[in-house]
Design a protein around this ligand. Sequence first.
Ligand code: NDP
Length: 259
Amino acid sequence: MTTSRDFTGKVVLITGSSSGIGAQTAVEFARLGAHVVVTGRRKDRVCAVAKQCAEASPTGVKALEVVADVTNDDDCRRLVADTIKTFKKLDILVNNAAWNMAHSILDGDILDKYELIMNTNLRSVIRLTHLCVEHLAKTKGNIVNISSASAFKPSEPLYSMSKVALDMFTKCVALELSPKGIRANVVNPGVVNTEGLRLGLHVNKEKSDQLLEGLAEMTPLGRVAEPMEVSKAVLYLTSDDASFVTGSNFVADGGIQYV
Ligand code: NDP
């Protein structure tokens, strides 16, 4: 499954690009000619994805590797500073990193989970957007935030809340940044077959296969998505084909109804 867009020379920073949707998106941007910044906390995974980017790139361009925790403000500053130092500009910011494990309002550590989820899924996006605006204004660049189509589920109250807030944050920021020529949009994926999804299910491989089958049955298209199917939405929104699209939600969920 490939796309034909051209991002030659564009500089793209994708958080959470050490696995799953972010990793696939990084490789696709590299394949389409972009200079990619691969980042996450796991150094080995960051290196592995950066290598895949170099292999995919038509000119063998090496991705910039930055090991960083998006919940740490200093790491966020270093991430953006290293990007600008290396490539001298930024065209596209994809805020993709997120944390999600099943949780309940009955959990004794619910407020610790609140801090972790909001810091990872929302505060980091606000921080990085703030740091990147001046650079995106220079390139008339754009932002895509990866949210979720699962608006509400009993096992994920805080995650769902963080994603709904992310949707609204993006809409407001899109309005504010429009005069600077910066677009901002959201992709809302349905169920995507990633390491993160399986980890979040808290069960072994056999059981997670069964759960994924159940989720596939709930999905009108009859299957869960592959990461590439979300990457393609990101590639569209960040391309010139979406030059008049801002403040919008691109739902890529196979038509799933959660309630
Ligand atoms: P993965 O768990 O596979 O990837 C998550 C990425 O986020 C990893 O690269 C991880 O890197 C990074 N990350 C997490 N916490 C931090 C942190 N504190 N600092 C830096 N990086 C961090 O998840 P997916 O690919 O499934 O999810 C990607 C996005 O898609 C998320 O926003 C998720 O909410 C959204 N989504 C996914 C769905 C699905 O079904 N998979 C459905 C709907 C939305 P590392 O561990 O190396 O730090």
